[in-house]
Design a protein around this ligand. Structure first.
Ligand code: MG
Length: 318
């Protein structure tokens, strides 16, 4: 099954499972997008969902080769270490090659995004967590404060609904929702497309709220300055050991729901120790999106990143 639109062997889902629902101020976008080497056309009416591999000769089709490639793509899409896979009828070398192709294409588009963000003097954060850690609540509080001082925008990813973007927009901050359907992460092409729908944010901050998932998003560069992982006190202290990639690739870990720590016997020192094992240089800030605890330190950290980035840019330009 295609992890993006849910088609199986080229047969579209009977329900409209994948509408990339880019919305701003109520506007919806009809579009197609290239995703992991496949071109997906999605009509937002829900009546015309197609998932077909675009070939060099311009024909969209699902022959046996396409189906095989499609199955392979679905297997590697979730960031599974191909070396650990045993798949009947498929060599691990072939899986690794598909995985490399997907990531190298994504990295090219991420570099384009990064250049555009730089030209727009925008600091961009890729915010990651498991579902329910509190990314949206945290962003609602942060953007409500930050918008008084600088331009702020949000791009959010979820499999379905525009609930998160609506919560952000209720603060007066522009937000674009991306629905990934069966997809488990945002990729650079999706973000590039959504960014074009935002108003100008020159000199400000853009938060990309990724799909709630502690595995796949770690592998996909979106063009951000850095990743921020949101961990919550209700998740268990050993999450960093179980899902090390997301912590190893992040510059900051926010430990959210710190106000609940006494109720759930959360051990902060143990969590920090586990995190340091997989990500020695990560910075850690305990926060509470509910009470606002720790947000002063978060704003100071964001300000430090902006100042550092401007310093680096000035140095580069001489
Ligand atoms: Mg959310």
């Amino acid at each position: 099954m295609c992890t993006v639109c849910g088609c199986v062997d080229g047969i579209p889902p009977t329900k409209h499972a994948d509408v990339q629902n880019a919305q701003t101020n109520g506007q919806r976008l009809d579009h197609g997008h290239d995703h992991h080497g496949y071109h997906h056309d999605h009509g937002c009416s829900g009546q015309d969902v197609r998932c077909a591999r675009s070939t060099d000769d311009g024909h969209d089709h699902h022959d046996d080769g396409d189906r095989q490639a499609h199955r392979e793509q679905a297997l590697v899409d979730c960031g599974i270490d191909p070396a650990g896979l045993r798949v009947v009828g498929m060599s691990s070398e072939r899986i690794i090659q598909v995985s490399r192709d997907i990531l190298s294409k994504n990295n090219r588009i991420a570099a384009e995004n990064r250049a555009r963000f730089l030209a727009d003097d925008l600091v961009v954060y890729n915010v990651l967590s498991s579902p329910g850690a509190g990314k949206t609540s945290l962003l609602v509080r942060a953007v409500s404060e930050l918008k008084r001082r600088i331009p702020v925008g949000v791009i959010g990813g979820d499999q379905q609904t525009s609930n998160d973007a609506e919560r952000i927009r209720a603060t007066g901050v522009p937000a674009i929702q991306i629905n990934t359907g069966k997809g488990c992460h945002l990729d650079a092409a999706m973000v590039g497309q959504a960014y074009r729908l935002l108003p100008e944010l020159k000199g400000g901050v853009l938060f990309i709220e990724n799909v709630g998932n502690l595995v796949c998003p770690a592998a996909f560069d979106l063009g951000e300055v850095c990743k921020i992982v949101v961990f919550s006190t209700t998740e268990g202290e050993d999450k960093p050991l179980k899902y090390p990639d997301i912590f190893a690739t992040s510059s900051l870990m926010l430990i959210n729901k710190i106000d609940l720590a006494p109720m759930v016997d959360f051990d902060l020192n143990r969590t920090i120790e586990f995190t340091a094992r997989v990500s020695p240089n990560i910075e850690v800030l305990p926060v509470s999106a509910r009470t606002g605890e720790g947000f002063g330190a978060l704003y100071a950290w964001l300000q430090k990143q902006t100042a550092h980035r401007r310093h680096v840019v000035e140095d580069t330009r001489g």
